[in-house]
Design a protein. Structure first.
Length: 248
C-alpha cells in the first residue's frame, strides 16, 4: 500500500507542477532518490509519466488520458442528467436515480430525493443486483443475450424477498415486456415495501448506457401509479439521451 500511495503522490506532484526532476519528487514524497527513480520508471513503463524534452524532468503522460476517458462518460452522464433528476423528483415526489451496469451489478451514480421521499436511503455508489432492481432490469434488457446470461450467472439470482424473480425464464419474459413498453418495473423485488420503475438512457450512437429510475413506497407508488407516471420518466430518460448526443 505504501508503494501505491507514493505512486499516487508522484502523479499529484506532476499534476501540480507540470514537470519535476527525480530530486524534487524524492524530496516531496520524502524518499531516497533511488526510490523516486524506480517509481518514476514504473509509471513511465505504463505511460502514466514521460520524460520531458529536458532530460531528467518528468511530466504526466498520455496514459492518464486513457484512464480519464474511462470515467468522463459517467461524469458527463451525471452532469447532463442531474437537472432532469431534480425536475422529475419534484414532479413525482419520489427519489430519482441514474445507474449504470458494472460487471454484474447496477451502480447508482446520481440521486435526487423528492419532497415525499421516505427514509434516508442513499443509493449513490451502492451496488445492487440487476435482476431485482428496475435500473438493473432495463439495463439487462438491452444487453446482448450472451452478456446478459453471463451477468445473471455471476449475480447468483438470490431470492431477496418473496417477490424476487429467481427464474431466468420468468425474468426473460419480464425483460421482453420491459423492452416492448420502454420501461422496467420492480414490485417489492429488492426490498419489501419498495416499488420502482426505470427507463433507458442512450448514448450518441443509440447504445443503452444507463438507466433513469424513480422509486418509492408501495403504498404511494402503487402499480397503477407506476404506469401512470412512466411516460414522464421515459421522457426524462430521452431528454438525458439527447443531452448525451443521441438523436432518435
Amino acid at each position: 500500500m505504501q508503494s501505491v500511495d507514493r505512486a499516487i503522490g508522484v502523479l499529484e506532484i506532476l499534476a501540480l507542477r507540470g514537470e519535476a526532476g527525480v530530486s524534487e519528487v524524492a524530496a516531496e514524497i520524502d524518499v531516497h532518490k533511488s526510490t523516486a527513480f524506480r517509481l518514476l520508471g514504473a509509471l513511465e513503463a505504463r505511460g502514466l509519466v514521460e520524460q520531458a524534452a529536458e532530460r531528467g524532468k518528468y511530466r504526466l503522460g498520455f496514459g492518464i488520458v486513457r484512464l480519464a476517458g474511462a470515467v468522463t462518460g459517467r461524469l458527463d452522464l451525471t452532469q447532463q442528467g442531474r437537472v432532469v433528476c431534480e425536475r422529475l423528483s419534484e414532479e413525482l415526489g419520489e427519489t430519482v436515480n441514474i445507474a449504470v451496469l458494472q460487471e454484474h451489478y447496477a451502480v447508482n451514480l446520481c440521486q435526487v430525493r423528492g419532497p415525499g421521499a421516505v427514509g434516508a436511503h442513499n443509493w449513490v455508489g451502492r451496488l445492487t443486483p440487476p435482476y431485482a432492481t428496475s435500473s438493473g432490469k432495463i439495463l439487462l434488457a438491452h444487453l446482448p443475450a450472451r452478456h446478459r446470461a453471463a451477468a445473471l450467472a455471476a449475480s447468483g439470482m438470490e431470492r431477496l424477498t418473496p417477490h424476487t424473480i429467481t427464474s431466468e425464464e420468468e425474468l426473460e419474459r419480464d425483460l421482453a415486456e420491459a423492452r416492448k413498453r420502454g420501461y422496467a418495473v420492480t414490485l417489492e423485488e429488492f426490498e419489501i415495501g419498495l416499488h420502482a420503475l426505470a427507463a433507458p438512457i442512450r448514448s450518441h450512437n443509440g447504445e443503452v448506457v444507463a438507466a433513469l429510475s424513480a422509486s418509492g413506497p408501495e403504498y404511494r407508488l402503487t402499480e397503477q401509479r407506476i404506469h401512470a407516471v412512466a411516460p414522464a420518466l421515459v421522457d426524462g430518460a430521452e431528454e438525458i439521451s439527447r443531452r448525451m448526443g443521441h438523436v432518435g
